[in-house]
Design a protein around this ligand. Structure first.
Ligand code: SAM
Ligand code: DTB
Ligand code: SF4
Length: 323
C-alpha cells in the first residue's frame, strides 16, 4: 500500500472480521520479511525522570507525583555494561532513552555521543530517544554511528492536544524531519489506550504512511497506566483491538518493522503469537522498559523458541563496526 491510502480504506480494513484482517496482514508480512525473524531491542533509561514536558501518560514528567526518582545521566561505562548484557542475551539493537524535552549542546550530549559510539563498537545497532533534536544535533548523532532515532507521534494530530500541551504535533514532525535529513532511520509510532477514538488511531497510521522517509520501525505501545499520572485510571485496551492496530500497521507500512512495545507484560503469550502472525516482527526485551516492567529474558526466549521463531541478526553491522 502507498500514500494514496485514505481514511475510508483504513476504516474498511479495520472493520474486517478479525481473522480476515490478520490473514491479510500475514500475507503482506510474508511478502516483505522473513516471517520467522523477530528483532530483539533492549531499552535503557540513561536519564530518568524530571522531564519538563506534560505528556499525560508519562511517569517521568516532573509535574506528576509518581514513584519515579529523578536521576542524572548515567556514566558511559555503566551504559556499555548494560549494552553488553543485552548483547549477551541476544538483543541486536540497544535503545537509550532520556527524559528530556529536547537535546541541549552540552556535556551530557557529548556523553550520549560516546555511548552511541561504544554501543556500535559492541556490534549492536544503536537507537536513541532524547526528545526534540536540531538538524546539527542529528548530524552529530549520525556521525557517531546512530542507527535509528525514536520519536513517536503517539496519536492523531486532533487528539494530541488532549494528551500533551507543552509541545505541538508540528514540533514532533520537525524533529522527525531533522532525523531523516541526517540519514538516520526513523523510529516512530504511538500509544493506544489514551482514551482516543478508533478514528484517531487510523489518523495516526495515515500520518505515519505520509512521513518521508516512512519510518523504518513503528513501536506500538499500549498505555501502562502509572499511579500519579493523569491517565492512572484509564481502562486497559482490549487485546483484540491491539491486534487490529498491529495488523493494520503491517498492511499500510509493509516495509517497516512493527514493534510490540509498552504493555506486553500484561498480554498473554497466545495473543502475542497472534500479534506475530499479524505482522509484528520486533519486541523490546529486558526486565524493564524505561521505568515500567517488561517480560523477563527467560520468558521471551521461551516464547520465541516455543513458536519456532528466530532472532534477527543486526543490520549494517559492518558499516559501523570501525566507528
Ligand atoms: N522523552 C522522549 C520523548 O518523549 O520522545 C523519549 C522517551 S518517551 C518515554 C518515549 C515514548 O514512550 C513516548 O512517546 C510514549 O509513546 C511511550 N510511553 C511513555 N510512557 C508510557 C506509558 N505509561 N505507557 C505506554 N507508553 C508510554
Ligand atoms: C517506545 O515507543 N516505547 C518505549 C521506547 N519507544 C522508548 C518506551 C516505553 C516506555 C513505557 C513506560 C516506561 O517504562 O517508563
Ligand atoms: Fe518527557 Fe518523553 Fe515522558 Fe513526555 S514522554 S514527559 S517528553 S520523558
Amino acid at each position: 500500500m502507498t500514500s494514496d491510502i485514505s481514511m475510508d480504506s483504513l476504516r474498511i480494513l479495520y472493520d474486517l472480521p478479525l481473522l480476515e484482517l490478520v490473514f491479510k496482514a500475514a500475507e503482506v508480512h510474508r511478502k516483505h520479511f522473513d516471517q520467522h525473524e523477530i528483532q530483539l531491542c533492549t531499552l535503557l533509561s540513561v536519564k530518568t525522570g524530571g522531564c519538563a514536558e506534560d505528556c499525560s501518560y508519562c511517569p517521568q514528567a516532573a509535574r506528576y507525583n509518581t514513584d519515579v526518582e529523578r536521576e542524572k545521566l548515567l556514566d558511559v561505562e555503566k551504559v556499555l555494561q548494560e549494552a553488553t548484557v543485552a548483547k549477551h542475551e541476544g538483543s541486536t539493537r540497544f535503545c537509550m532513552g532520556a527524559a528530556w524535552r529536547e537535546v541541549k549542546d552540552n556535556q551530557d550530549f557529548d556523553n550520549i555521543l560516546k555511548m552511541v559510539k561504544g554501543v556500535r563498537k559492541l556490534g549492536l545497532e544503536a537507537c536513541c530517544t532524547l526528545g526534540m533534536l536540531s538538524l546539527s544535533q542529528a548530524e552529530k548523532l549520525k556521525e557517531a554511528g546512530l542507527t535509528a532515532y525514536n520519536h513517536n507521534l503517539d496519536t492523531s494530530e486532533d487528539y494530541y492536544g488532549d494528551i500533551i500541551k507543552t509541545r505541538t504535533y508540528n514540533d514532533r514532525l520537525e524533529t522527525l524531519d531533522n532525523v531523516g535529513k541526517a540519514g538516520i532511520s526513523v523510529c516512530c509510532g504511538g500509544i493506544i489506550g489514551l482514551g482516543e477514538s478508533v478514528d484517531d488511531r487510523l489518523k495516526l497510521l495515515l500520518t505515519l504512511t505520509k512521513l518521508s522517509p516512512q519510518p523504518e520501525s513503528v513501536p506500538i505501545n499500549t498505555l501502562v497506566p502509572v499511579p500519579g499520572t493523569p491517565l492512572e485510571n484509564q481502562k486497559r485496551v482490549d487485546t483484540f483491538e491491539w491486534i487490529r492496530m498491529i495488523a493494520l500497521a503491517r498492511i499500510v507500512l509493509p516495509k517497516s518493522k512493527i514493534r510490540l512495545s509498552a504493555g506486553r507484560l500484561d498480554i498473554p503469550k497466545e495473543a502475542q503469537a497472534l500479534a506475530f502472525m499479524a505482522g509484528a516482527n520486533s519486541i523490546f526485551t529486558g526486565e524493564k522498559l524505561l521505568t515500567t516492567g517488561n517480560p523477563s529474558w527467560n520468558s521471551d526466549h521461551a516464547l520465541i523458541q516455543e513458536l519456532g521463531l528466530s532472532i534477527k541478526a543486526p543490520e549494517q553491522e559492518m558499516e559501523y563496526a570501525k566507528v
